[in-house]
Ligand binder design. Structure first.
Ligand code: HEM
Ligand SMILES: *[C@@H]1O[C@H](CO)[C@@H](O)[C@H](O)[C@H]1NC(C)=O
Ligand SMILES: *[C@@H]1O[C@H](CO)[C@@H](O)[C@H](O)[C@H]1NC(C)=O
Ligand SMILES: *[C@@H]1O[C@H](CO)[C@@H](O)[C@H](O)[C@H]1NC(C)=O
Ligand SMILES: *[C@@H]1O[C@H](CO)[C@@H](O)[C@H](O)[C@H]1NC(C)=O
Ligand SMILES: *[C@@H]1O[C@H](CO)[C@@H](O)[C@H](O)[C@H]1NC(C)=O
Ligand SMILES: *[C@@H]1O[C@H](CO)[C@@H](O)[C@H](O)[C@H]1NC(C)=O
Length: 342
């Protein structure tokens, strides 16, 4: 019912808005020098904010990287692709708090009790508002923060084109549609291609799981009775299985315990994630599934051997991801506080 009302109001909007669509089509690309004149200390301020957060809590590098992914990956529907002021890609929507009238993304299933790092973004935004008021979008902050988090975590550095603007809406239902660790590779791949990314981006960006943690509930289905077989997932290494079974016993009260996504080099952004997959030591079902398809398995093998190419390709895929559904020019706004629309 709610769903229906939403889509019919979108459709009526659609008929009214063709002119705006045509005029925004010609506007505005992202630009590496976007804030060079208006906020010359931007990179320094962001780097300091990420550095202090990670110094206090190593895991924060992972949490911040994931926040950017979740911002960019909320659903796109046919209408929203045509009318991009309605589109919800990288638009800072994940940062919005719930209001009395709208439910945001923070409480959507993939984010609730899981997404973290919002205070880090707030602190950086506050410093930026002092240095260059009403200038830098929360969406660009999140994009730069993800780059700094990877770099400070020992990973690659890449140049980030800027000029994104902040969206005016958030959608809990659309955030519920983020890729799930329980869906098959084909479904995950479909979600990537729907956003203009490809199979290589699926493999490369999954490499983000070289840092950070997952709760037992995100992979427990593999440990005892996998897909109703009465047995554990056969693609899971026996000694890792044993250790996971003891950390995550089948009682529900273990659901929120944390396990490293990369048990070998947990806090280091490197290519060991891919070596783990080769060794049947991927934590999530969706991680190990990359070895279950010849095309992705070949890429996993490659990145497990060539850290340099993983670093290089990761930066390129992050730049592609950070362009999904961006608002530019006059669209959206520059939020003053990342948690609320102005
Ligand atoms: C390909 C589809 C993906 C799936 C199914 C997926 C799923 C998950 C799940 C289930 C968790 C653990 C959440 C929890 O238990 O609370 C997680 C954590 C994480 N994900 Fe993904 N993810 C995907 C792609 C990505 C991408 C593209 C990135 C970034 C480039 C990423 C970065 C992370 C990081 C860094 C963490 C750890 C966060 C922390 O420790 O706070 N993931 N992911
Ligand atoms: C940038 O930061 C430096 C060092 O903190 C400071 O001296 C300078 O005034 C800042 N520049 C601007 C334009 O805010
Ligand atoms: C440091 O990290 C802890 C969690 O590990 C958090 O509770 C605390 O608020 C953080 N302190 C600062 C100053 O960021
Ligand atoms: C999101 O996209 C999926 C396909 O990936 C579609 O089945 C679903 O209905 C969409 N959800 C919303 C809320 O638009
Ligand atoms: C995968 O996608 C298909 C087609 O959209 C859908 O029917 C199926 O339920 C999905 N599987 C999972 C586990 O989400
Ligand atoms: C994967 O297995 C190979 C061969 O058994 C071993 O040399 C390597 O150290 C393992 N890598 C990891 C990350 O466990
Ligand atoms: C994929 O690999 C399997 C063996 O691992 C092989 O039997 C199959 O023919 C391969 N498929 C393709 C499309 O290469």
């Amino acid at each position: 019912m709610e769903q229906q009302r939403q889509s019919s109001s979108r459709l009526s909007f659609l008929h009214l808005s063709c002119v705006i669509f045509l005029s925004t089509l010609v506007s505005c690309q992202l630009d590496y020098k976007y804030y060079d004149d208006t906020c010359p200390n931007l990179t320094r301020i962001v780097r300091y904010g990420v550095w202090s957060a990670i110094s206090n809590d190593t895991r924060m590098a992972a949490s911040l990287l994931r926040l950017h992914f979740h911002d960019c990956f909320v659903n796109l529907t046919a209408e929203t692709i045509l009318f991009h002021f309605l589109m919800q890609g990288c638009d800072g929507s994940v940062l919005l708090d719930d209001t009395s009238t709208t439910k945001g993304e923070k409480n959507a299933f993939p984010n609730r009790n899981s997404a973290r790092g919002f205070e880090v973004i707030d602190a950086i935004k506050a410093n930026l508002e002092k240095a260059c008021p009403a200038t830098v979008s929360c969406t660009d902050i999140l994009t730069l923060v993800a780059r700094e988090a990877v770099f400070l975590g020992g990973g690659p550095f890449w140049a980030v084109p800027l000029g994104r603007r902040d969206g005016l809406t958030a959608s809990e239902s659309e955030a519920n549609n983020l890729p799930s660790p329980f869906e098959p590779l084909e479904n995950i791949t479909a979600k990537f291609t729907a956003r203009g990314l490809d199979l290589k981006d699926v493999v490369v960006l999954s490499g983000g799981h070289t840092i950070g943690f997952a709760q037992c509930l995100s992979f427990k289905n593999r440990l005892f009775d996998f897909s109703g077989s009465g047995k554990p997932d056969p693609t899971l290494d026996a000694s890792l299985l044993q250790s996971l079974q003891s950390t995550c016993p089948s009682q529900a009260d273990s659901d929120t315990k944390l396990v490293a996504l990369d048990s070998v080099t947990t806090n280091k952004f490197d290519n060991i994630y891919f070596q783990n997959l080769v060794n049947k030591s991927g934590l999530l079902q969706s991680d190990q599934a990359l070895m279950g398809d010849n095309r992705t398995a070949a890429m996993v093998q490659y990145y497990s051997k060539y850290p340099y190419f993983f670093s290089k390709d990761f930066g390129a895929s992050m730049v592609r991801m950070a362009k999904i559904g961006v608002l530019t020019g006059q669209d959206g706004e520059i939020r003053k506080n990342c948690r609320v629309v102005n």
